[in-house]
Design a protein around this ligand. Structure first.
Ligand SMILES: [Zn+2]
Length: 155
């Protein structure tokens, strides 16, 4: 799912929450929308870190290009590859944010945005028959990808 789609769905979701629970205030509304979109910054950081290239445009093109490459593969080939590690997706990030929320309650809004984002990712990945390893946990992702090839290196 693209950032713009996450933004639109995130705004609708946060608006519904704001109408039902006005006490979340505008700060809550904006934090939910922002975290729904910004969680995907982990894709960019993964790209920048592994490729040593901080160009946002190159990162975006890299994911588009490899997405197309992926769709040309057979179902069997798809089982051998992965797209990267997304450290903000999965249960660990939520546990850490939850711990922070004992000190600063606004972290609960960020958790709400993260969970909603991954709910959308789940529907999106399932409908496109893509692997959902990143939604489970970072630890699981590291095990899952261990004996697989990064899509880019797959010939
Ligand atoms: Zn995502």
């Amino acid at each position: 799912m693209k950032p713009l789609e996450h933004l639109i769905f995130g705004m609708v979701f946060a608006l519904i929450l704001f109408v039902i629970f006005p006490q979340i205030s505008l700060i809550g509304f904006f934090l939910i929308v922002a975290s729904t979109v910004l969680i995907d910054v982990d894709h960019y950081i993964y790209y920048a870190y592994t490729k040593k290239d901080w160009s946002l445009k190159n990162a975006y093109n890299w994911f588009i290009k490899n997405g197309k490459k992926y769709h040309k593969l057979s179902e069997n080939q798809k089982k051998d590859i992965y797209f990267g590690i997304c450290f903000l997706h999965g249960i660990e990030a939520i546990i850490i944010l939850f711990a922070f929320s004992f000190y600063f309650t606004f972290f609960l809004f960020i958790i709400t945005g993260f969970i909603f984002h991954q709910f959308l990712d789940f529907i999106d990945l399932t409908s496109r028959n893509l692997s959902r390893y990143k939604l489970i946990s970072l630890t699981y992702s590291l095990f899952y990808t261990k004996n697989k090839k990064l899509i880019e290196d797959y010939n």
